[in-house]
Design a protein around this ligand. Structure first.
Ligand SMILES: Nc1ncnc2c1ncn2[C@@H]1O[C@H](COP(=O)(O)OP(=O)(O)OP(=O)(O)O)[C@@H](O)[C@H]1O
Length: 274
């Protein structure tokens, strides 16, 4: 472990997609640091590049330029073979608890799959670990043999979190992880994520449209627009006294979405303290 460097350091990240109109730069020269045990929220209107950043950190995409240093190791420079042993360190929780889990699989199958892939433990040990993780995310023992389609959205998202935690990651990238949930269930999942962070020192990159949610969970906020970084600072600074006009506009849109084109109804930013 490198004591000097931040836990995650993204430097001059640019990501491009090949489209029928040529190369499209979805993320353009973005840099940020994340300290261990803290949360960085990435916000911005639809299409600004948030998920592209998430997929780049997960190395589901190969950036066109830049570095993604995790504990001092540049993930961009590694080929898949060298990346594989490191993958357990960074995991992702997706938005859609209905789409991201196989509905016909039991909670045990879903949670233990990463351990099976890593050939970690015996089936009995993996079952025991799945029970521990179920308990960690606040689900009863009886949930272990139920199929994913027998759970509510909030329960599924808890299973998604349990699965992501199975390989004991140090970084969790949550891409709109609570957006599909009812407000009260969302609050419970946020509380769970905060407790897990306190207990384990895990770091989060938390992607969200919801400034109210961001205010709850994050230490730092990064505002994106059209692939570029607009503003980066402490949550308090960015949300209560934003330096950039665009961030102020986003804040206003949180209160009155009609002021912002391109913000989908599901992305109406709820609960923002003015
Ligand atoms: N596979 C792809 N091929 C071409 N363009 C893409 C691809 N994926 C994303 N894009 C484009 O890149 C830009 C950034 O997309 P991205 O999904 O990162 O945005 P986002 O901020 O996460 O949006 P949302 O909040 O709607 O999920 C968008 O203009 C999108 O259309």
């Amino acid at each position: 472990m490198n004591q000097q460097a931040p836990f995650l350091s993204v430097k001059n990240l640019s990501v491009e997609y090949n489209t029928h109109n040529g190369i499209f730069r979805a993320v353009d020269d973005v840099s940020f640091d994340l300290e261990r045990g803290t949360t960085l929220a990435v916000v911005g209107e639809s299409g600004c590049g948030k998920s592209t950043i998430a997929k780049s950190i997960m190395r589901l995409l190969k950036p066109a330029k830049g570095q993604i240093l995790l504990d001092g190791t540049d993930l961009v420079a590694l080929n898949e073979k060298r990346l594989r042993p490191l993958r357990r360190k960074f995991q992702m929780v997706f938005q859609d608890p209905y789409g991201s889990l196989d509905p016909s699989h039991s909670a045990e199958q879903i949670i233990t799959e990463p351990l099976k892939i890593q050939k970690s433990g015996t089936p009995a040990e993996r079952r025991k670990e799945a029970l521990r993780l179920l308990d960690r995310v606040g689900l009863p023992e009886g949930a272990l043999d139920k199929r994913a389609n027998e759970f509510s959205g909030g329960q599924r998202q808890r299973i998604g979190i349990a699965r992501a935690l199975a390989s004991k990651p140090e970084l969790l990238v949550c891409d709109e992880a609570t957006s599909a949930l009812d407000v009260s269930v969302q609050a419970q999942v946020l509380k769970l994520l905060a407790e897990i962070q306190e207990d384990t020192g895990i770091s989060y990159v938390f992607i969200s449209h919801n400034l109210g949610v961001v205010q709850e969970i994050s230490d730092q906020v990064m505002v994106m627009r059209k692939g570029k970084l607009v503003e980066l600072g402490s949550t308090e600074q960015v949300l209560t006294s934003p330096a950039q006009p665009y961030t102020r506009k986003l804040r206003r849109a949180a209160l009155d979405p009609s002021q912002m084109e391109g913000v989908k109804p599901r992305h109406i930013l709820a609960g923002l303290a003015s």
